[in-house]
Design a protein around this ligand. Sequence first.
Ligand code: ADP
Ligand code: MG
Length: 633
Amino acid sequence: MPQIQILDIATSNRIAAGEVVERPASIVKELIENSLDAGASAVSVEVREGGIDYLRVTDNGAGFPPEEVRIAFERHATSKLRSGDALDNIATLGFRGEALPSIAAVSRVELTTRRAGQESGVRLAIEGGSVKDLREAGCPEGTTMVVRDLFYNTPARKAFLKRASTEGGYVGDAVLQLSLARPDVSFRMILNGRTIFHTPGDNDLLKTITVLFGRDIASDLVPIQGTWDHSGLEGFVGLQDAARANRQREYFIVNGRFVRSPLLALAVEEAVRGGVAIGKYPFCVLTLRVPLDAVDVNVHPNKLEVRFRDEGQVRSNVISVVSQCLKPADVAVRVPLFPPEAEKPLQKDIQRVAMDWKTGGDPFRGMMATPRTTAAAEPGAMALPGALLPPRSAPAYNAQPPRAAVLPPGPHAPREIDVEIQEVAVRKIETAPQAEPVPMAIAQESRSLGTLFATYLLVESGDILYLIDQHAAHERLLYDQLKESLATGAGAQALLIPYAFDVTPRERARVIENLDHFSALGFRIEEFGPTSFRVETVPHILGDPQLRDFFIEFLDQLDSISSMRTADLKRDAIARIACHKAVKAGDRLSAQEIDALLGRVMQEDMPLTCPHGRPILLRMTRAEIEKRFRRTQ
Ligand code: ADP
Ligand code: MG
């Protein structure tokens, strides 16, 4: 490797300013990129307490020449770049000579390194930027960086860190992303003393995916491969069971660098349209290689953005490669309205996708949200202040199906019915669960007339006709019972066959954070190996819920749930998803169930919205009907 030199000021100023050290995950990313630049074929990452107290990156790369160990910690020392001219053709990952000094300034760093072929290595200890110790050391070839007590000398920055489990999840995700980008390198991720994954490093992407996401997903994938002038696309796409309700599992690698690219996301979604349900997104790991001058390298290495010189060309080639690789059966009802080439994604779509990732909790979202480079400030760049962005409601790429909402949407009145049906009540159950008693003194003399459209129960009660949405009502019923059993501490039932589900590192962290909320509801969940959990019991009241759907929806919503403040709200959100999943679409309720439902709905205290805030029942009085028939004035 070339010698480390101090960059001239002009060059270092051309490189985007900005702190690379935001959180443990960003440090780990910088250190791993250095390891990769040093030619490592194996990298191991260990974090304790989310990496705030301790993180370690060990590689088997080239090592530092002993005489350059010190200078590497000076600002703008790099072996990878000499003059500003080289900036446009950067193949290495880090190139600013800024990472090591920035990390050393806010932590206690210990570097142990031995150059290949050298007799011995060196060990350097730095605290808050100043060298404490430098000595010869016996060590294996390669480099180990240990970073302790992050931000010990800058408490204000430490305050911005999330709790250890969350930071640990971010680290795991960052390592996961790098593992996908480099299947030729073996990555081991150790969290609090346990190996959570260890990739083979034999350049087999599918094996890497299997290690990271489990066999279920890996067996469901379609290989993608195609080339066009000096460019190529390779990887895997998963539709059916691998599809998720957000974009967190769309992974893109451009010229070896993991990126979040709305352009690529929209292209792939276009190519698989019809192959995944509305509101779902494919799983994909796609590696794109393009000539170095076909992309603008964003010179902030922590940013996950990429800009293509010719976006339309990249888009249409990606669409055509992916759709050619999918068998017609994969994408059963693909009926494009326009030939894909003719369509360019609207800037709005692109911004919305970028926003999805931001709000979806990327480890580096803080950085994405604050444009720091000139590239990001240009029109069309992805980092925009949230307030400027359109609401997530445009049809084509609508992020969430309405049923996935955790909080009830604002009140809305279904007024399509031609008769003037008076809407009984639409209220937010959080704010006023027992508000305004509803006139429903009907319990005794009510009579079921049957089911309309297999959806609405018709009930005559005195002078009133009720239309009851049986699904909404059933959901409400289950939800209330679930909460009641929570209050009384009643009933979990053991599953005959415990249900296991796989998680990414970040999902794992979030499930662990929510374990007591789950158990309060009757879900006993246990860690089952490093990348999965096992559900041992479910709330009695749920009977046989669709656990797979429930946990997938839960995992996809972890971020919004985790941001809710009180424990009650969290439990509430989990309960909602659970009972929502317990009601099967298109159910025909049995006569008994209808009776039970009616009995319950007709009780005075029944809140008249389903847990998602939709109304449960509409009513029409005899007087209104007679008026419509002109029997009365
Ligand atoms: P940059 O990566 O931008 O050059 P860094 O501050 O990250 O700047 O690293 C400074 C220099 O230290 C690198 O250019 C490289 O020569 C050396 N270096 C850092 N990490 C390693 C490593 N794991 N193995 C070998 N050399 C390294
Ligand atoms: Mg670097």
